[in-house]
Design a protein around this ligand. Sequence first.
Ligand code: BEZ
Ligand code: FE
Length: 289
Amino acid sequence: MRSVTAENITETFLGYFGKDTDPRVKEIMASLAHHLHGFVKDTKLTHDEWRESLELLKWVGEITTPERNEFVLLSDVLGVSSLVDMINSNPAATSSSVLGPFHVSDAPEMALGADFKRHYDGEVILVEGYIKDTEGNFIPGATVDIWQTAPNGLYSSQDEEQDINSFHGVFTADENGYYCFTTIRPVSYTVPSDGPVGKILDATGRHPWRPSHLHYIVSAEGYRSLVTEVFPNDDPYLDQDTVFGVREDLVIGYKPQAAGTFPKEGFELSGKVDDAFSKIDFDAILIKK
Ligand code: BEZ
Ligand code: FE
């Protein structure tokens, strides 16, 4: 096409595909062109605005390291990560939610009932639940990989004061699909906002806060792994998570337990907790592959 116009550029683009192009690649690229060209026309984008946008993307690339993937963060704050999650989820299973950049592979294996908080102070939280399939059968031996921030709102990889495995651990559910551990109440925290994503949040009058949560990856042989998060139902940022990760079934009440009622056995902290504490019951439902 030698007379490309604003009217025919999308059609021209579609005509440039090679005949052996993979049909799915073609479908995705055609839709991308359609929406991108439409976006430029709708907003009557100026040269300066486009140049500034490309500069921002360049900065996203420059700031990205193995420890900090600003592209993932950009996808998160634009709601794309959550949308991909939601359109690929199965309503019979527990909802998935954002992975975030702070998962540590090879976190230490912990015995059921182990304590996550080590020397940190805070309200003790006893977490327990069952891993099940969509028919309600318990899945024995499922792997439950958990992580959260320290009370300062930082994950271990963001904080020189913590060792890399701090507040990370992998549990194996028992023969009844049961898992349990103790930790301290997670805190609300901000996603990294000192880079291009922070600039976008600022420019649009948005804050960088996430409601407090525990991260989970639940896996079992023959099932799709579930990446999810569990939120307390009283967090002030529940209705304005900057990465859109909250789902109805992931919001759980922390049940207050009276002083002196901590289980006498079965937990690393048994015999060591006299004060009041809280309890979370969270069951995860997995889908067969
Ligand atoms: C997180 O929950 O760890 C997280 C998720 C998305 C972006 C940044 C952090
Ligand atoms: Fe997180």
